[in-house]
Design a protein around this ligand. Structure first.
Ligand code: FAD
Length: 200
């Protein structure tokens, strides 16, 4: 006799899940290897649930696809420093890729981006500080060189306020470059003719 009266039901459900998995693997072109999940069923019943059907925690994850469980990786909050480094990386890379001859739209976009950062940056104290910095140092984005030097300057304003060393802006091009992208497919295109199509 089965230890758990619900065991036959679980076994039937697992069989159904395996059957669905086989059908899916054929559908997705994995017919040669009907188990793209390395032998693990896409859906599985956790052993704790089998042993204790009243376990509501197991219950909640019972039918989740394996990938969505993000196994082995716990979410840890990002620190203000990590966020800052990632944001500066984004901004300096953007500046390195900014066109020598930006369109009117690109100049407008970059100013808006900075204004949005000063409102939405997910560290309120930093956002407020950046808002003041922008007020005293309006964005200069007439060319790649102008924008990357302006950005270096405002980054130095933040550095100074945090007691960090000031960066030599003559070295900004050596420190930050364009994204490493095959055949420069990531380059932003500027233009010599300013259509300003969506400027009103
Ligand atoms: C818009 C903005 C506002 C911020 N405001 C605050 C704030 O008010 N308070 C706060 O605690 N933190 C703030 N931060 C975070 C802070 O600036 C740093 O990112 C964080 O302290 C980590 O510093 P870090 O020493 O690792 O180097 P970061 O300052 O993050 O710099 C990353 C790398 O950039 C290079 N670098 C440094 N200076 C320059 C420069 N001037 N030009 C070009 N490259 C340079 C260096 O190689 C450095 O390792 C802000 C970040 C941003 C993006």
């Amino acid at each position: 006799m089965s230890e758990n009266p619900l065991q036959p039901i679980f076994e039937t459900l697992e069989k159904v899940a395996r059957c669905v998995q086989n059908q899916l693997s054929q559908f997705t072109g994995h017919a040669d290897n009907p188990s793209p999940t390395n032998g693990q069923p896409i859906f599985s019943l956790s052993s704790s649930f089998k042993a204790n059907p009243s376990n509501s925690k197991s219950n909640s994850t019972m039918f989740q696809p394996k990938d969505s469980l993000n196994e082995g990786k716990s979410a840890s909050p990002v620190t203000k420093e990590e966020l800052g480094r990632a944001t500066w990386t984004f901004l300096h890379t953007l500046a390195a890729q900014y066109p020598d001859n930006p369109t009117r739209q690109q100049k407008k976009d970059v100013k808006e981006l900075m204004a949005i950062l000063s409102r939405m940056y997910p560290c309120k104290e930093c956002a407020d500080h950046f808002k003041e910095i922008l007020r005293a140092n309006p964005v200069q984005a007439g060319s790649q060189a102008e924008f990357s030097h302006w950005l270096c300057h405002v980054h130095n304003v933040v550095n100074r306020s945090l007691g960090k060393p000031v960066f030599l802006c003559e070295r900004v091009d050596a420190r930050w470059g364009k994204l490493d992208c095959e055949q420069r497919t990531c380059d932003l295109q500027g233009t010599t003719t300013d259509f300003g199509s969506d400027m009103h």
